[in-house]
Design a binder for this molecule. Structure first.
Ligand SMILES: NC(=O)c1ccc[n+]([C@@H]2O[C@H](COP(=O)([O-])OP(=O)(O)OC[C@H]3O[C@@H](n4cnc5c(N)ncnc54)[C@H](O)[C@@H]3O)[C@@H](O)[C@H]2O)c1
Length: 327
């Protein structure tokens, strides 16, 4: 049985869907602060609570035979982390450390961890490979980098084997699961909200970055491709593989304005963009060198094309106009 923390969230729920399609058994732990009960499939054991609650994790381990953990649960907004670092370090580091201790107590020594390109900070060279220096520009990135370092120490001392997957920008949807956050700070859901007439315009934070059109450049990766990479990372650990840090991206950068323009083409809607000042903590340019994921895990993204990724998101919103909210 795999413990999936944050399995009611965006990437976690899609990964659970893919794991179940492979016949894997999962149990979900999520406090539902940012996730949705409706994103948890019927029949999957679900525990509502914090990853830092040692008694709860011990109870889950007593009620299910855990062999590994995929740890998604975290607060994940750059801007929020700049304003509320204490909350981020408590949730993402202190609670995560307690989770690791609970896992070790339960005899679980395999962990796939959601890390992030935000651990690199402002890049010295692009595309970014795994050996690029890590110098985060915001507390969110630091919280994930601290977790990487803690897992390295736990590997050395206690034999915890982990794969830290450093995702670039998750995006897109499957037929039944998509991205819905409140508040929403990610670009694509806000672009879609503007396309659906729910927002009057999309805010573009900063047009004076050292990029082609001055807006920030990111590498967009489909959420199902991310999910597949977790399954491959788990396979790597089950086969006795060493701890690894692996980038997940498409290796292609798109500026904010390019994303909005592509979304206009996909949706046929006139999406208005408004320039605003830069947001604190945002690097200018984040594009992955994902060669290691290809060679070490055998990972092949099915959605390398931005328009195809955006189309899956648009289709999900057309099919589920209220998202996970009750009708
Ligand atoms: N979305 C991205 O582009 C992106 C990029 C890089 C890394 N990540 C990382 O991937 C993971 C998943 O991201 P997401 O976009 O699916 O976020 P999400 O907010 O949709 O999912 C996270 C889930 O974790 C739960 N959670 C948070 N703290 C918890 C705690 N202390 N105890 C129990 N549950 C808790 C939330 O309720 C939520 O359901 C996060 O760790 C995030 O940092 C995301």
């Amino acid at each position: 049985m795999i413990l999936v923390t944050g399995g009611a969230g965006y990437i976690g729920s899609v990964t659970v869907e893919l794991l179940r399609a492979r016949g894997e058994e999962v149990v979900i732990l999520d406090d539902l602060k940012r996730g949705h009960r409706g994103a948890v499939p019927a029949g999957v054991p679900f525990y509502e609570g914090h990853i830092g609650d040692a008694d709860l994790v011990a109870r889950i381990a007593a009620e299910h035979e855990l062999e590994s953990c995929i740890h998604f649960a975290a607060l994940a907004y750059v801007g929020e982390s700049v304003n509320e670092p204490a909350r981020y370090f408590d949730n993402n580091v202190t609670q995560a450390t307690a989770l690791l201790d609970s896992l070790l107590k339960a005899g679980v020594r395999r962990l796939v961890f959601s890390s992030t390109c935000a651990t690199y900070g402002e890049p010295q060279k692009v595309p970014i490979s795994e050996d690029h220096p890590q110098q985060p520009t915001n507390p969110y990135g630091w919280s994930k980098l601290f977790c990487e370092r803690i897992m390295e120490s736990y590997d050395r001392a206690y034999g915890l084997k982990f794969v830290a997957l450093r995702y670039f920008n998750a995006s897109g949807a499957t037929e039944n699961l998509g991205e819905q956050h409140d508040p929403e700070t990610h670009l694509l859901p806000n672009v879609m909200a503007a396309a659906m007439g729910r927002l009057p315009f999309v805010s573009v934070f900063g047009d004076d970055y050292p990029t082609g059109d001055g807006t920030a450049v990111r590498d967009y990766i489909h959420v199902a491709d991310l999910g597949e990479a977790h399954i491959l990372a788990l396979k790597h650990l089950r086969e006795g593989g060493e701890s690894e840090r692996i980038n997940l991206g498409n290796g292609q950068g798109y500026s904010v304005l390019e994303v909005i323009e592509t979304a206009r083409q996909v949706t046929g809607q006139p999406i208005e963009a408004r320039m605003e000042p830069r947001r604190a903590g945002d690097p200018s340019h984040l594009v992955a060198d994902a060669q290691k994921a290809h060679t070490l895990l055998g990972w092949r993204p099915r959605y390398p094309d931005l328009a195809a990724i955006i189309r899956t998101d648009w289709e999900w919103r057309q099919k589920h106009p209220r998202g996970y909210d009750p009708a």
